[in-house]
Design a protein around this ligand. Structure first.
Ligand code: SIN
Length: 485
């Protein structure tokens, strides 16, 4: 059977694309583990939107300022000018955002926004609520526990993907294939991402010669609790700082004002770098001080953070939480146009974090990612329905391959990859170490390793290659001279 649409990934972008595809189309969504093991589920802060027509220019300006004007302005305009309508359509379909006592929508502020324009749901569980809502709306088939091991492409046409499902390799054919598989979090030692997010699809793209762009632009969230044994670390949303929380040292000193006039509300790259630099200079531990909130306010506004930290032995908001920056979001990804079309391919699309539309520039503005996923998934589906592209399966002649996904030494090498990426391809980089890292990663990729680690290495190598090639600092890519020891 040939599907009309095959969607890889069940986060905001994949599920929202499915929402716009009519029920009579043959649609299949696939996800690596369960549908909720995606980054959307863990998004706390919210969804940014231009509040109304008059806010579009200001939202665009904030997005460009945070992105250090490296954004594609046309794409930013597209996102911002579609934002209100896209959110209204969600609300009309039944998505509930938090409201003020008078019944109006409650907007919060996050770093680098010039006003409060971030919607949230169930306090700090915006992603979870949105995911649940989209999942309930989904009228199409979802297959879980399916790992994409290859993209079936030939002569600029995508025929679908090859999946590992129930221990069998299976080919799924589709007229339109939409990649919505998320970013690269698991290649870093410290990250906030779902553990399913490991850049495999980007790795397949490298292998296939599909262009990735801006891979050196990796975003580090400033406030993450990393003192857990789990691979995924606990995020402390920007909205906490937007509503008054402070970043302090061991003596309670709020040092960010020494780095930027907007202090806690400076763009994410600046705050992360300031913390990193301050730790290096002072060796102080760094904390998020939440003492501006009363317990009652905090529990009501941030219930999930409250309960997660109770489980870890903290009493919030009176206890300060030790924090560190950690990997959070990939601005780089598969190069696409504004209709999500992958360059040099007629019917392969990428949306959400896996895609590089150019909307985020060198540093994503807080809470623009759920919005990006919502807006571009809709545009991709509407445009692809106009195109009416059909594959001719007779023309796909590539033989099926066999893959060994994991080999015995992979686990150790994977840990090495994650530690190396954190140490040398993190918040502050130097060209010498980047070059050495590139050599090391290339050597590991030539060892006898399983396919999944190989794909992770390909994506890591593409990040380091772009980091080496971009010798000037911009946004999240910060290059410094190597210090003499
Ligand atoms: C947060 O809640 O701080 C994360 C929001 C985002 O990544 O945009």
């Amino acid at each position: 059977m040939i599907y009309d649409y095959l969607i890889v990934g069940c986060g905001v972008a994949g599920l929202n694309a499915a929402r716009y595809i009519p029920a009579d189309k043959k649609v299949l969504l696939v996800c690596k583990k369960s549908p909720w093991q995606c980054n959307t589920f863990f998004a706390q802060g919210g969804i940014a939107t231009a509040i109304d027509e008059s806010d579009i220019n200001s939202h665009i300006d904030d997005t460009l300022q945070a992105g250090v004007f490296q954004n594609d302005i046309d794409i930013v305009r597209t996102m911002s000018s579609h934002s209100r309508q896209t959110i209204d359509e969600l609300i009309d379909d039944g998505m509930e955002f938090d409201k003020n006592p008078d019944g109006s929508l409650a907007y919060t502020k996050e770093a680098a926004h010039s006003k409060s324009r971030v919607l949230h749901a169930n306090g700090d569980a915006t992603g979870r609520q949105l995911h649940l809502f989209l999942l309930k709306q989904c009228r199409h088939e979802i297959i879980d526990n399916s790992i994409v091991v290859d993209i079936l492409s030939q002569d600029g046409i995508c025929y679908g993907v090859e999946l590992l499902c129930d221990n069998h390799i299976k080919r799924v054919f589709a007229h339109n294939t939409i990649l919505a598989s998320g970013g690269v979090g698991s290649i870093y030692q410290y990250h906030t991402n779902s553990t399913t997010i490991s850049g495999d699809i980007q790795g397949i793209c490298v292998e296939k010669g599909i262009t990735l762009a801006d891979m050196h632009l990796m975003q580090f969230h400033p406030t993450v609790y990393v003192e857990q044994t789990t691979a995924q670390k606990q995020l402390l949303t920007e909205a906490l700082r937007g509503e008054g929380a402070k970043i302090v040292d061991e003596d309670g000193y709020a040092f960010l004002r020494d780095y930027h006039s907007s202090a806690e509300l400076a763009p994410r790259d600046i705050v992360s770098r300031a913390i990193f630099d301050y730790i290096k200079k002072t060796e102080s531990k760094i904390y998020l001080d939440l003492s501006n909130f009363t317990k009652k306010q905090f529990k009501r506004r941030f219930p999930n953070i409250y309960h997660n930290f109770v489980d870890m032995g903290y009493d919030l908001p009176s206890d300060k939480v030790p924090i560190s920056p950690a990997f959070h979001y990939s601005m780089g990804g598969i190069k696409v146009d504004k209709y999500g079309l992958v360059s040099d391919c007629k019917n392969l699309f990428a949306i959400g974090e896996v895609a590089r539309t150019g909307v985020h520039g060198a540093n994503r503005l807080a809470s623009n990612s759920l919005l990006e996923g919502l807006v571009f998934s809709k545009l991709v589906v509407l445009q692809s329905m106009k195109n009416q592209f059909h594959i001719d399966i007779e023309k796909f002649t590539n033989p099926q391959k066999d893959y060994i996904l994991q080999k015995p030494q992979d686990k150790k090498l994977k840990e090495k990859l994650r530690a190396t990426m954190w140490k040398h391809v993190g918040i502050i980089r130097n060209t010498e170490d980047l070059k050495e890292t590139l050599d090391k990663l290339q050597q590991i990729s030539n060892l006898d390793i399983g396919r999944l680690l190989y794909l992770r290495l390909l994506v890591a190598i593409s990040i380091v290659q772009e980091a080496v090639a971009n010798t000037s600092s911009i946004g999240a890519h910060f290059i410094q001279k190597k210090e003499k020891r």
